[in-house]
Ligand binder design. Structure first.
Ligand SMILES: [Zn+2]
Length: 151
């Protein structure tokens, strides 16, 4: 990191903290030559995430799609939008932190279900039924019974 005062290339970090909700890191640096301090912002590299769908096709991860799916499941349920937004952000963050840039859609579905189950059971069952594409009423009932048994 080049010192803006004397153009020296070496500096030491005296303080660093996340800013912009963790999307970038603000660092206070001190030039090793002139000892003046300056601030740098480092944005974390965010490579696009690719979702592998069931049929093997690829799609760029789209958080709004994820959010829409949850909204549909939470229709007329007492779940605040901000909470769903939080879940979507959390899931995106979790996926971003993984080394693999390609994520099977099944894995994302599981992550959503894990969280929805804690938020609202009706929303969870709705999401699961769309997501798992319950073929008949008996698969649906067995899922529902599993849920009830855990209570
Ligand atoms: Zn300097």
């Amino acid at each position: 990191m080049k010192c803006p005062y004397c153009a020296h290339l070496e500096s030491k970090v005296v303080d660093s903290r996340p800013s912009d909700e963790g999307a970038s890191i603000r660092r206070r640096r001190e030039c090793l030559a002139c000892h003046k301090r300056f601030t740098t912002y480092e944005t974390m590299e965010s490579l696009p995430l690719v979702v592998i769908k069931k049929d093997g096709s690829r799609q760029t991860f789209d958080k709004s799609k994820l959010l829409n799916g949850m909204l549909r499941a939470c229709e007329k349920r007492p779940v605040p939008f901000s909470q769903l937004e939080g879940i979507a952000n959390e899931i995106e963050q979790a996926l971003q932190n993984e080394m693999d840039r390609e994520v099977p859609s099944a894995r994302i579905g599981e992550l959503v279900m894990d969280r929805l189950r804690e938020v609202d059971e009706v929303a969870y069952v709705r999401f699961a039924s769309v997501y798992r594409q319950f073929k008949d009423i008996s698969t649906f009932m067995s899922e529902l019974n599993k849920l009830l048994a855990e209570k």
